[in-house]
Design a protein around this ligand. Structure first.
Ligand code: SF4
Length: 94
């Protein structure tokens, strides 16, 4: 996702409560790759892969979930796989 598109998605969601897409930031990218939801490094392709499987009603919450999980569990270095609540769904755990 180019940064303009990502920003527009964030503004529409946070300011107007209109989910228009998924802002693929570093957390969304890393976790989507690790879970095996998307093999791409291209944020726009990752967004499409996510939209295919995330029900519409959860789109507005998915960014917060990625940020929360990425900061607290699935960190860039030394992810806490042994205590991860979605370990069983992950294709690339440690
Ligand atoms: S099992 Fe590990 S790599 Fe997979 S989502 Fe959880 S913390 Fe991330």
């Amino acid at each position: 996702m180019e940064s303009g598109r990502k920003s527009a998605n964030v503004i529409l969601l946070e300011a107007f409560n209109i989910p228009s897409g998924i802002a693929v930031d570093t957390h969304a990218k890393r976790i989507s790759n690790r879970l095996g939801i998307s093999n791409s490094s291209d944020p726009e392709k990752i967004e499409q892969d996510l939209i295919e499987i995330v029900p519409q009603k959860y789109i507005k919450d998915i960014n917060h979930l990625f940020i929360w999980h990425g900061r607290n569990c699935c960190t860039a270095r030394n992810p806490k796989c042994s205590t991860c609540p979605i370990f069983n769904f992950c294709k690339n755990h440690e």
